[in-house]
Design a binder for this molecule. Sequence first.
Ligand code: NAD
Length: 266
Amino acid sequence: MKIGIVGAAGRMGRMLIAEVLGTGGCQLAGGTEQPGSDAIGQDLGVLIGADEQGLSIGDDARALFEASDAVVDFTQPEATMGHAALSGETGVALIVGTTGLEAPHMEALGRAAAKAAVVQAANMSVGVNLLLGLTEQVANALGEDYDIEIAEMHHRHKVDAPSGTALALGAAAAKGRGVDLNEVSDRGRDGETGPRKAGDIGFSVIRGGDVAGDHWVVFAGPGERVELTHKAGSREIFARGALRAALWTEGRAPGLYSMRDVLGLD
Ligand code: NAD
Protein backbone atom coordinates (compact mmCIF):
# COMPACT_ATOMS: atom_id res chain seq x y z
CA MET A 1 0.00 0.00 0.00
CA LYS A 2 1.17 3.51 -0.79
CA ILE A 3 1.00 5.69 2.31
CA GLY A 4 0.98 9.50 2.16
CA ILE A 5 1.85 11.60 5.23
CA VAL A 6 0.49 15.12 5.65
CA GLY A 7 2.36 17.16 8.25
CA ALA A 8 5.39 14.99 7.46
CA ALA A 9 7.93 17.19 9.27
CA GLY A 10 5.98 17.28 12.55
CA ARG A 11 6.85 15.15 15.60
CA MET A 12 4.34 12.46 14.60
CA GLY A 13 4.96 12.93 10.85
CA ARG A 14 8.63 12.00 11.31
CA MET A 15 7.71 8.97 13.43
CA LEU A 16 5.33 7.88 10.68
CA ILE A 17 8.00 8.15 7.97
CA ALA A 18 10.23 5.85 10.06
CA GLU A 19 7.37 3.43 10.70
CA VAL A 20 6.42 3.18 7.00
CA LEU A 21 10.08 2.67 6.00
CA GLY A 22 10.43 -0.11 8.59
CA THR A 23 7.18 -1.98 7.82
CA GLY A 24 6.68 -4.59 5.09
CA GLY A 25 3.70 -4.34 2.74
CA CYS A 26 3.74 -0.57 2.45
CA GLN A 27 5.75 2.18 0.83
CA LEU A 28 5.95 5.94 1.14
CA ALA A 29 3.86 7.81 -1.41
CA GLY A 30 5.16 11.21 -0.25
CA GLY A 31 4.60 13.89 2.34
CA THR A 32 3.37 17.46 2.66
CA GLU A 33 3.89 20.40 4.97
CA GLN A 34 2.05 23.68 5.23
CA PRO A 35 3.00 26.29 2.60
CA GLY A 36 6.03 28.30 3.71
CA SER A 37 7.44 25.51 5.92
CA ASP A 38 11.25 25.21 5.93
CA ALA A 39 10.85 21.48 5.42
CA ILE A 40 9.45 21.84 1.90
CA GLY A 41 11.86 20.41 -0.66
CA GLN A 42 13.64 18.17 1.88
CA ASP A 43 13.92 14.47 1.14
CA LEU A 44 11.61 12.39 3.39
CA GLY A 45 14.37 9.93 4.28
CA VAL A 46 17.06 12.56 4.90
CA LEU A 47 14.61 14.48 7.12
CA ILE A 48 14.66 11.61 9.64
CA GLY A 49 18.33 10.72 9.24
CA ALA A 50 17.62 7.68 7.02
CA ASP A 51 18.66 6.93 3.41
CA GLU A 52 17.50 9.28 0.67
CA GLN A 53 14.10 8.16 -0.63
CA GLY A 54 13.89 10.29 -3.80
CA LEU A 55 10.67 11.85 -2.43
CA SER A 56 10.68 15.44 -1.28
CA ILE A 57 8.18 17.17 0.98
CA GLY A 58 5.70 19.26 -0.99
CA ASP A 59 2.71 21.49 -0.23
CA ASP A 60 0.25 20.03 -2.78
CA ALA A 61 -2.09 17.86 -0.68
CA ARG A 62 -4.32 16.98 -3.66
CA ALA A 63 -1.33 15.55 -5.57
CA LEU A 64 -0.40 13.52 -2.48
CA PHE A 65 -3.92 12.05 -2.16
CA GLU A 66 -3.88 11.14 -5.85
CA ALA A 67 -0.57 9.30 -5.40
CA SER A 68 -1.65 7.41 -2.22
CA ASP A 69 -3.85 4.49 -1.18
CA ALA A 70 -4.18 5.95 2.34
CA VAL A 71 -3.13 9.28 3.86
CA VAL A 72 -2.23 9.73 7.53
CA ASP A 73 -2.98 13.09 9.17
CA PHE A 74 -1.39 14.25 12.43
CA THR A 75 -1.56 18.01 11.82
CA GLN A 76 -4.03 20.52 13.27
CA PRO A 77 -7.84 20.71 13.02
CA GLU A 78 -8.11 23.32 10.23
CA ALA A 79 -5.70 21.35 8.04
CA THR A 80 -7.65 18.15 8.78
CA MET A 81 -10.80 19.83 7.38
CA GLY A 82 -9.07 20.31 4.01
CA HIS A 83 -7.68 16.77 4.04
CA ALA A 84 -11.16 15.38 4.80
CA ALA A 85 -12.54 17.17 1.71
CA LEU A 86 -9.75 15.67 -0.44
CA SER A 87 -10.39 12.19 0.95
CA GLY A 88 -14.09 12.52 0.02
CA GLU A 89 -13.26 13.80 -3.47
CA THR A 90 -10.62 11.15 -4.27
CA GLY A 91 -12.03 8.19 -2.28
CA VAL A 92 -8.56 7.72 -0.72
CA ALA A 93 -8.62 6.40 2.87
CA LEU A 94 -7.81 8.92 5.61
CA ILE A 95 -6.37 8.15 9.04
CA VAL A 96 -6.81 11.07 11.44
CA GLY A 97 -4.82 11.30 14.67
CA THR A 98 -5.11 15.10 14.96
CA THR A 99 -6.75 16.14 18.22
CA GLY A 100 -8.74 19.22 19.23
CA LEU A 101 -11.43 18.34 16.66
CA GLU A 102 -14.77 20.10 17.24
CA ALA A 103 -18.20 19.49 15.68
CA PRO A 104 -17.44 21.15 12.27
CA HIS A 105 -14.28 19.04 11.89
CA MET A 106 -16.14 15.84 12.79
CA GLU A 107 -18.89 16.76 10.30
CA ALA A 108 -16.24 17.14 7.57
CA LEU A 109 -14.93 13.66 8.45
CA GLY A 110 -18.50 12.35 8.31
CA ARG A 111 -18.91 13.75 4.78
CA ALA A 112 -15.61 12.17 3.68
CA ALA A 113 -16.72 8.85 5.20
CA ALA A 114 -19.59 8.66 2.69
CA LYS A 115 -16.95 8.15 -0.04
CA ALA A 116 -13.85 6.78 1.70
CA ALA A 117 -12.76 4.69 4.68
CA VAL A 118 -11.90 7.17 7.44
CA VAL A 119 -10.35 6.13 10.75
CA GLN A 120 -10.35 8.75 13.51
CA ALA A 121 -8.99 8.23 17.00
CA ALA A 122 -7.70 10.69 19.57
CA ASN A 123 -5.28 7.98 20.61
CA MET A 124 -3.98 5.26 18.33
CA SER A 125 -2.36 3.05 21.00
CA VAL A 126 -3.66 -0.46 21.75
CA GLY A 127 -3.36 0.12 25.51
CA VAL A 128 -5.41 3.32 25.54
CA ASN A 129 -8.13 1.72 23.44
CA LEU A 130 -8.32 -1.05 26.04
CA LEU A 131 -8.44 1.62 28.75
CA LEU A 132 -11.44 3.24 27.02
CA GLY A 133 -13.37 -0.04 27.20
CA LEU A 134 -12.38 -0.63 30.85
CA THR A 135 -13.38 2.92 31.82
CA GLU A 136 -16.85 2.47 30.36
CA GLN A 137 -17.21 -0.87 32.15
CA VAL A 138 -16.04 0.39 35.57
CA ALA A 139 -18.21 3.55 35.34
CA ASN A 140 -21.18 1.35 34.61
CA ALA A 141 -20.43 -1.05 37.49
CA LEU A 142 -19.68 1.53 40.21
CA GLY A 143 -22.52 4.01 39.91
CA GLU A 144 -22.84 7.61 41.10
CA ASP A 145 -21.39 7.13 44.60
CA TYR A 146 -17.98 7.10 42.93
CA ASP A 147 -16.71 10.49 41.71
CA ILE A 148 -14.99 10.25 38.33
CA GLU A 149 -11.87 12.36 37.74
CA ILE A 150 -9.63 12.23 34.67
CA ALA A 151 -6.08 13.58 34.68
CA GLU A 152 -3.50 13.76 31.93
CA MET A 153 0.12 14.84 31.48
CA HIS A 154 1.79 15.71 28.16
CA HIS A 155 5.00 17.34 26.88
CA ARG A 156 5.44 21.12 26.95
CA HIS A 157 4.72 21.55 23.22
CA LYS A 158 1.13 20.28 23.27
CA VAL A 159 -1.28 23.02 22.13
CA ASP A 160 -4.73 21.66 23.13
CA ALA A 161 -6.15 20.75 26.55
CA PRO A 162 -7.54 18.53 27.93
CA SER A 163 -6.01 15.97 25.56
CA GLY A 164 -8.29 14.31 23.01
CA THR A 165 -7.66 11.06 24.89
CA ALA A 166 -8.77 12.55 28.22
CA LEU A 167 -11.99 13.74 26.57
CA ALA A 168 -12.49 10.32 24.96
CA LEU A 169 -12.03 8.72 28.42
CA GLY A 170 -14.61 11.19 29.78
CA ALA A 171 -17.01 10.22 26.99
CA ALA A 172 -16.44 6.51 27.76
CA ALA A 173 -17.13 7.09 31.48
CA ALA A 174 -20.26 9.12 30.65
CA LYS A 175 -21.46 6.37 28.30
CA GLY A 176 -20.94 3.78 31.05
CA ARG A 177 -23.11 5.91 33.34
CA GLY A 178 -25.70 6.61 30.69
CA VAL A 179 -25.20 10.41 30.75
CA ASP A 180 -24.08 13.06 28.24
CA LEU A 181 -20.50 14.24 28.88
CA ASN A 182 -21.39 17.80 27.78
CA GLU A 183 -23.82 18.03 30.68
CA VAL A 184 -21.53 16.71 33.41
CA SER A 185 -18.00 17.72 32.43
CA ASP A 186 -16.10 20.08 34.76
CA ARG A 187 -13.07 21.39 32.82
CA GLY A 188 -11.92 24.45 34.70
CA ARG A 189 -11.53 24.58 38.48
CA ASP A 190 -9.92 27.66 39.96
CA GLY A 191 -10.61 29.80 43.04
CA GLU A 192 -13.87 29.53 45.03
CA THR A 193 -15.31 26.54 43.20
CA GLY A 194 -17.66 25.36 45.94
CA PRO A 195 -17.96 21.65 46.68
CA ARG A 196 -17.78 19.08 43.93
CA LYS A 197 -21.09 18.63 42.14
CA ALA A 198 -22.43 15.07 42.35
CA GLY A 199 -22.29 13.29 39.00
CA ASP A 200 -19.68 15.61 37.46
CA ILE A 201 -16.74 14.21 35.52
CA GLY A 202 -13.71 16.39 36.31
CA PHE A 203 -10.61 17.00 34.17
CA SER A 204 -7.08 18.01 35.28
CA VAL A 205 -4.19 18.87 32.99
CA ILE A 206 -0.42 18.82 33.55
CA ARG A 207 2.14 20.00 30.93
CA GLY A 208 5.90 19.64 30.98
CA GLY A 209 9.08 18.01 29.68
CA ASP A 210 8.88 15.44 26.94
CA VAL A 211 6.11 13.20 28.35
CA ALA A 212 4.53 11.29 25.42
CA GLY A 213 1.18 10.98 27.23
CA ASP A 214 -0.01 9.76 30.66
CA HIS A 215 -3.69 9.31 31.56
CA TRP A 216 -5.42 8.42 34.82
CA VAL A 217 -9.07 7.69 35.46
CA VAL A 218 -9.97 7.85 39.16
CA PHE A 219 -13.20 6.51 40.65
CA ALA A 220 -13.24 7.92 44.19
CA GLY A 221 -15.94 6.38 46.37
CA PRO A 222 -16.73 6.15 50.07
CA GLY A 223 -13.70 4.51 51.70
CA GLU A 224 -12.02 3.30 48.52
CA ARG A 225 -10.62 4.38 45.17
CA VAL A 226 -10.24 2.57 41.86
CA GLU A 227 -7.60 3.99 39.50
CA LEU A 228 -6.93 3.04 35.89
CA THR A 229 -3.66 4.28 34.38
CA HIS A 230 -1.93 4.27 31.01
CA LYS A 231 1.56 5.66 30.38
CA ALA A 232 2.92 6.00 26.86
CA GLY A 233 6.69 5.40 26.87
CA SER A 234 7.19 6.80 23.37
CA ARG A 235 5.21 8.28 20.48
CA GLU A 236 6.12 5.22 18.41
CA ILE A 237 3.00 3.46 19.72
CA PHE A 238 0.78 6.08 18.05
CA ALA A 239 2.64 5.90 14.72
CA ARG A 240 2.50 2.08 14.80
CA GLY A 241 -1.24 2.18 15.51
CA ALA A 242 -1.87 4.73 12.75
CA LEU A 243 0.00 2.64 10.20
CA ARG A 244 -1.90 -0.45 11.35
CA ALA A 245 -5.13 1.52 10.73
CA ALA A 246 -3.91 2.61 7.28
CA LEU A 247 -3.16 -1.01 6.28
CA TRP A 248 -6.54 -2.10 7.71
CA THR A 249 -8.40 0.25 5.31
CA GLU A 250 -7.26 -1.72 2.23
CA GLY A 251 -10.44 -2.84 0.44
CA ARG A 252 -12.58 -1.47 3.31
CA ALA A 253 -16.03 0.02 2.52
CA PRO A 254 -16.47 3.78 3.03
CA GLY A 255 -17.38 4.66 6.62
CA LEU A 256 -16.18 6.39 9.77
CA TYR A 257 -14.22 3.91 11.86
CA SER A 258 -12.56 4.03 15.28
CA MET A 259 -9.34 2.47 16.48
CA ARG A 260 -11.49 0.01 18.41
CA ASP A 261 -12.84 -1.18 15.02
CA VAL A 262 -9.28 -1.51 13.68
CA LEU A 263 -8.13 -3.49 16.73
CA GLY A 264 -11.29 -5.63 16.80
CA LEU A 265 -12.03 -4.58 20.40
CA ASP A 266 -15.76 -3.94 19.97
P1 NAD B 1 3.59 18.96 15.42
O1 NAD B 1 3.24 20.40 15.58
O2 NAD B 1 4.98 18.52 15.72
O3 NAD B 1 3.27 18.50 13.91
C1 NAD B 1 2.17 18.95 13.16
C2 NAD B 1 2.70 19.21 11.75
O4 NAD B 1 1.60 19.48 10.87
C3 NAD B 1 3.62 20.46 11.70
O5 NAD B 1 4.86 20.11 11.09
C4 NAD B 1 2.83 21.44 10.86
O6 NAD B 1 3.65 22.30 10.08
C5 NAD B 1 2.02 20.48 9.97
N1 NAD B 1 0.86 21.11 9.33
C6 NAD B 1 0.00 22.03 9.83
N2 NAD B 1 -0.89 22.40 8.87
C7 NAD B 1 -0.59 21.68 7.75
C8 NAD B 1 -1.15 21.62 6.46
N3 NAD B 1 -2.19 22.37 6.09
N4 NAD B 1 -0.61 20.75 5.57
C9 NAD B 1 0.45 19.98 5.91
N5 NAD B 1 1.04 20.02 7.13
C10 NAD B 1 0.52 20.85 8.03
O7 NAD B 1 2.54 18.16 16.29
P2 NAD B 1 2.53 16.61 16.71
O8 NAD B 1 3.09 16.47 18.09
O9 NAD B 1 3.12 15.78 15.60
O10 NAD B 1 0.96 16.35 16.83
C11 NAD B 1 0.10 16.57 15.73
C12 NAD B 1 -1.32 16.26 16.15
O11 NAD B 1 -1.45 14.87 16.45
C13 NAD B 1 -1.79 17.00 17.42
O12 NAD B 1 -3.16 17.30 17.28
C14 NAD B 1 -1.60 15.95 18.51
O13 NAD B 1 -2.42 16.17 19.64
C15 NAD B 1 -2.00 14.71 17.76
N6 NAD B 1 -1.53 13.43 18.31
C16 NAD B 1 -2.41 12.40 18.27
C17 NAD B 1 -2.01 11.14 18.68
C18 NAD B 1 -2.97 9.97 18.50
O14 NAD B 1 -2.63 8.83 18.88
N7 NAD B 1 -4.14 10.19 17.92
C19 NAD B 1 -0.72 10.94 19.20
C20 NAD B 1 0.16 12.02 19.23
C21 NAD B 1 -0.24 13.28 18.76
